[in-house]
Design a protein around this ligand. Structure first.
Ligand code: PLP
Length: 386
């Protein structure tokens, strides 16, 4: 373990946070304060005017998609699946390397999550594995745009259209990423398939100050169906067309999100600048792989995730960084096949070698707008000194 060259006194570099929402919010504290105050004064806490305004503004930001706010990203997945009206037992193909919510929503609805492996470079669902997993019982494929970069929306769209199954996008991590199709057409992540979902969990790229989520669709009829499903299956109060959920975005969160959406482009650019600095410093470093960039997708860097090769070197690198005051995180440490809750699916270890290997090798570095250039250089130097 070599000593780390310090570009500045350590007192200027530390502390380093994995995420620093307090600092991010402090930059526009007066706008957030005004949003709180107005919401308290207007006292329309459920379905107040800010909810519709935020939905319209986010829709415009995403190239004109319909946005249906809801209570969180997991509910968004549940509502998206409900809107597809799949019979119980229908198979829903999901990547084996994702946050558990992607499967959980399907499992809770009595649908059958079917795992497929991911690609080793982008960490996203492997379209060839999707094709191989299709059966007459398949009803939907869920593309998760992991860590901020789009899955292969071109091939997945083709596969789903040919098979007559719905393409869903779990876009909790890549809001604002843009995919370019071979035709030259571009589209925002989450707006390509039948229905997309996102999360405003505080640590997401567009996070609220609590729980929140939304559904994305280009189809006006599906948007009104989703709106109804998110509000007890009613379009008119006390008249219930469907069995739905109580899953609404609080007016307060919508008001705060309107502020945060205005700052998202700057925050996004800052994340990308941090990632570019890591890329330059760590490119070609022995024993590790920097995040692969798919030339067809922009990358919004929800996470900056290294792949650390060999044995238990990932855990040793994490300890080495911690010893230098540098936090890091592992998304995700335990394969789905080893999660007790999903044992009933009957998957064995060895079935998804890439996902299983990634669980042992991935390490996410701090990537947020509050990091200074010196801190990023310090983190990169500490990684290289390992
Ligand atoms: C965060 C996340 C979710 C769930 O969002 P919540 O708002 O926490 O319910 C779902 N899928 C992925 C990929 C996520 O990262």
């Amino acid at each position: 373990m070599a000593a780390v060259f310090l570009p500045a006194p350590l007192s200027d570099l530390l502390p380093i946070h994995l995420l620093d929402l307090a600092a991010e919010h402090a930059a526009y504290q007066t706008e957030l304060d005004a949003a709180w105050r107005d919401t308290v004064q207007q006292a329309a806490f459920i379905q107040g005017p800010a909810v519709g305004k935020f939905a319209a503004e986010l829709g415009a930001h995403l190239g004109g998609a319909h946005v249906v706010p809801c209570a969180n990203g997991t509910d968004a997945l549940t509502l998206a699946l409900l809107s597809l009206a799949l019979p119980p037992g229908t198979e829903v193909i999901v990547p084996a390397f994702t946050y558990v919510a992607t499967l959980e929503a399907a499992a809770l609805l009595g649908l059958r999550p079917v795992l497929v492996d991911v690609l080793p470079d982008t960490f996203n669902i492997d379209p060839a594995a999707v094709r191989a997993a299709l059966t007459p019982r398949t009803g939907a494929v869920v593309a998760v745009h992991l860590f901020g970069q789009c899955a292969d929306l071109e091939v997945l769209t083709n596969i789903c259209q040919a098979a007559g199954v719905a393409l869903m996008e779990d876009n909790a991590q890549a809001l604002g990423a843009i995919f370019t199709f071979a035709s030259g057409r571009t589209a925002y992540a989450g707006t390509v398939g039948e229905v997309g979902t996102t999360s405003f969990f505080p640590s997401k790229n567009l996070g609220c100050l609590g729980d929140g989520g939304a559904l994305l669709t280009r189809d006006a009829a599906r948007a009104s169906l989703l709106q109804q499903l998110a509000n007890h299956g009613q379009s008119q109060k006390y008249y219930h067309q469907r069995i739905g959920l109580n899953s609404r975005l609080d007016t307060l969160q919508a008001a705060l999100l309107r502020v945060k959406l205005r700052h998202l482009p700057a925050v996004q650019a800052a994340r990308q600048a941090v990632a570019a600095r890591y890329d330059a410093a760590l490119h070609g470093a022995a024993g590790l792989q920097i995040p692969a960039r798919d030339p067809r997708s922009s990358h919004v860097f929800h996470q900056y995730t290294l792949t650390v090769k060999g044995g238990d070197r990932r855990d040793a690198l994490q300890a080495h960084l911690q010893a230098h005051g540098i936090p890091s995180a592992i998304y995700y440490p335990l394969p789905v096949q080893q999660q007790p809750a999903y044992a009933y699916l009957g998957y064995q270890m060895g079935g998804f070698p890439v996902a299983e290997r990634l669980c042992k090798q991935v390490l996410s570095l701090p990537v947020h707008p509050g990091l200074t250039a010196e801190q990023v250089e310090f983190i990169a130097a500490a990684v290289k000194a390992f």
